[in-house]
Design a protein around this ligand. Structure first.
Ligand code: ASP
Length: 449
């Protein structure tokens, strides 16, 4: 082997594995920019990237359902008596809500101060917006009716055929969660008799974590391919025209990440946010590459248990629920995007309308599944509920937002995942469920990726 290759391999083997993922992200962006789609079409190189990226995502998705089911059953059963469960449950909902309300306030304030939507309407490509309308019609049907939306979340018979008019993965995941919570609570309340079932799910959980370790061996090429393909497909071109909008969202997400979470951690726990962030870097990077909180969940759990020292009791209850329902990054994005659209259409934003947008953003974000672009789909609920735009206008508005949603999605998913870990750490610290020594001693941390 030539000397320079030897040096490269030595560096590759020598640096910590989480750096491999980081380099994969940067490399993915560079390769995506250097080799964009040709006249909107993929080449065989892009097809290969797509294949590798999708293979990685599909493998991770394979373990999400068994992981969520087993984690929640163990979590609820090990919290034992309903008082502790209720206490942790209430704290969890309280922190998730607090963080989401702050996100919405940040989003609305930034959007009102910077007015990113003023004068943008003439940039809308009318031909493209006609093409988008079919898609929008489908989105609207699925999200505009609140009683229908709630009915979709209630789990029915597992044997019933899936109604294809519903939002597939989105409703299914919420249904699974609700069904598992109900059965978990039942197992917790029947006492000793639950031992065989809990022991069974403990084995399932251990096995899914083992499979996660195996899949993470290909995390580096997987994340590289996903990022390179996305950047090659979307490019950064559109950002030039809509750069104010994009940077307002990124600024909002940065405030949430660097100010809100450290403050919440400082006010409500005794941990250092820097140690926690360091412990969950891999989860953040996987979140960025996959743009999916659910797909990142196995890595989030591994980081929180093996490094942040959060007890498995808290992790297995708080993190799966967070990955599905706590979407503060999404709420922040949605409030900015909706105000941006209102500004593009010269809609007067009365104080009442602003509050309505905020409330709808909290509801819409928490009904978003932890999958790519879920937030942009549930945004139809806010547009319908608050702005009352005409069909054509919603279609045109979506063109603006869809244009580079994926890149924004990658950043908001990092925020969504980080906030799940922050809430889990704060609750663990309050409830004496945190191994502070492990969190602060990164020398003894196990490899996660
Ligand atoms: N992709 C986000 C997530 O998985 C959801 C969204 O689209 O905002 O957390």
């Amino acid at each position: 082997m030539k000397l320079h290759w030897q040096i490269l391999v030595a560096i590759g083997l020598g640096i910590k594995r989480n750096w491999h993922i980081f380099l994969a992200l940067i490399g993915g962006v560079i390769v995506g920019l250097l080799f964009p789609f040709q006249q909107g079409d993929s080449t065989s190189f892009h097809d290969a990237l797509y294949f590798a990226g999708q293979a990685f995502i599909k493998l991770i998705q394979m373990i999400v359902v068994p992981l969520v089911v087993s984690a929640i059953i163990i979590g609820i059963a090990s919290l034992g008596d309903s008082r502790q469960l209720g206490k942790i449950g209430i704290k969890m909902v309280g922190y998730y809500l607090l963080i989401t309300v702050i996100a919405v306030i940040i989003g609305i304030t930034l959007a009102l101060v910077t007015s990113p939507g003023k004068g943008i309407k003439h940039k809308i490509d009318v031909q493209q917006s006609n093409l988008a309308q079919e898609k929008v019609e489908m989105i609207k049907e699925n999200t505009s009716n609140i009683p229908g939306l709630i009915l979709n979340m209630i789990p029915g018979s597992p044997l019933a055929e899936e109604d294809s008019s519903q939002n597939g993965m989105e409703t299914t995941m919420v249904q699974i969660l609700l069904a598992v919570i109900i059965f978990g609570a039942a197992f917790a309340s029947i006492g000793e008799v639950n031992r065989p079932v809990v022991a069974f799910f403990e084995s399932v959980f251990a096995a899914t974590m083992k499979v996660t370790d195996w899949i993470m061996v290909i995390a580096t090429p997987g994340i590289f391919s996903l990022t390179a393909y996305t950047v090659a497909k979307t490019g950064l071109g559109t950002i030039k025209e809509l750069w104010v909008y994009a940077s307002v969202i990124l600024l909002g997400l940065a405030l949430q990440f660097f100010v809100t979470y450290p403050l919440v951690i400082k006010l409500f726990s005794k941990i250092k946010f820097t140690s926690l962030y360091q412990a969950i870097t891999e989860a953040m990077m996987v979140a960025f590459g996959t743009a999916s909180s659910s797909a990142t969940l196995p890595v989030t759990i591994a980081c929180c248990e093996r490094r942040a020292g959060i007890s498995s009791k808290v992790c297995s209850f708080v993190l799966p629920l967070g990955a599905t329902m706590n979407m503060d990054g999404t709420a922040l994005f949605q409030s900015i995007a909706v105000i941006f659209i209102a500004q593009a259409y010269d809609i007067t934003l009365s104080p009442l309308l602003i509050v309505l947008i905020g409330i709808f953003a909290i509801i819409a974000s928490s009904t978003s599944a932890g999958i790519p672009s879920a937030g942009v789909i549930t945004m139809a609920l806010i547009l319908q509920g608050s702005l009352k735009l005409s069909f054509e206008e919603v279609g045109q508005a979506y063109i603006l937002v869809f244009a580079f949603d994926r890149l924004v999605d990658m950043f908001r998913t990092v925020v969504n995942v980080t906030s799940d870990a922050v809430v889990a750490a704060v609750i663990a610290s309050n409830e004496n469920e945190l191994d502070q020594e492990l969190l602060e001693n990164n020398e003894v941390w196990k490899e996660v990726v």
